[in-house]
Design a protein around this ligand. Structure first.
Ligand code: SAM
Length: 269
């Protein structure tokens, strides 16, 4: 992962929430929220919460006396998340780095994290922090994307951009969001961080959009790929987005499009 890969700033939070969240994050948020709620946790910590798709799915399922602290490294993502959530005095928003959690030991029944672990510069340190703030017997519930070839639109966009920039293809998607999918490695890193019971489920969903332009916009303008495109061709973001849209249309058709997305969902204790 490059240092710049964790900068979800500028116009990214709004575009991320408008395009990326419904395209690929929402179905997995429903799944994670269901799994989290089935544990009936009293004290929950969410890390790398982004624009709050898991928070919005989970909050209605928590008991009236539950408490949930929602954190992210980037204040702008957290601000956007808070702005989308109605008032709820069970929820508290706090900027926090997953590798240096500002919480006491054994404070939470559940730590959850949707598609954040790939951004930790040191996964074992991040997992140790999750383990430290969990009460004995508490659960760490998180998910990570599977390899890019199992996530069709991400792969299509990456291949299209490699055609436009053959000498220096923007590789953010393959490098970071889809760069941590080896389940043996995930299990080994969790065990090194002190978790002894690890269950990994590989889960496929469908990514759907009303036109091929939506996934092109989502990936090219709602992720850090945007900064990579602008660094290579200032003022050509729309040209690159159009090219990615035509590549998706060529493969999936001109109207509604749908394709596979796949992730690993992990429960550790
Ligand atoms: C792909 S987004 C996922 C956001 C959200 N969980 C979702 O499902 O939409 C990754 C998030 O990780 C956050 N992030 C990156 N590095 C982080 C770190 N070291 N600690 C906490 N959050 C981090 C980013 O700000 C971003 O919001």
């Amino acid at each position: 992962m490059l240092e710049a890969d964790k900068l979800f700033t500028g116009s990214i939070p709004e575009n991320y929430d408008r395009y990326m969240v419904p395209l690929i994050f929402a179905p997995f948020a429903v799944d994670l929220a269901q799994k989290a709620a089935s544990l009936s946790p009293g004290a929950v910590l969410e890390i790398a919460a982004g624009t709050g798709v898991v928070t919005r799915a989970l909050a209605p399922k928590l008991s009236s006396d539950a408490r949930c602290i929602i954190t992210d490294l980037n204040q702008s993502m957290l601000d956007y998340a808070a702005s989308q959530q109605g008032f709820d005095d069970r929820l508290e928003w706090r900027q926090a780095d997953a590798l240096k959690l500002p919480f006491e030991n054994a404070a939470f029944d559940l730590v959850c994290c949707q598609f954040g672990a790939m951004f930790f510069p040191n996964r074992i340190s991040g997992y140790r922090e999750a383990k430290r703030v969990l009460k004995p017997g508490g659960r760490f519930l998180f998910n990570v994307w599977d390899r890019i070839e199992e996530n069709v639109f991400a792969d299509d966009v990456t291949n299209a951009l490699a055609t436009i920039f053959p000498d220096d293809p923007p590789c953010f998607l393959a490098r970071t969001p889809h760069g941590y999918h080896d389940t043996a490695l995930i299990r080994a890193e969790l065990e090194e961080a002190g978790f002894s019971h690890v269950v990994i489920e590989t889960r496929a969903e469908q990514s759907r959009a009303s036109s091929p332009r939506i996934p092109a916009l989502a990936y090219c303008q709602g992720t850090v790929l945007r900064s990579e495109i602008e660094a290579r061709a200032l003022g050509k973001l729309d040209v690159a987005t159009d090219y990615a849209a035509s590549a998706i249309a060529a493969r999936h058709g001109d109207s509604e499009v749908a394709a596979k997305i796949q992730a690993h969902v992990i429960a550790a204790a």
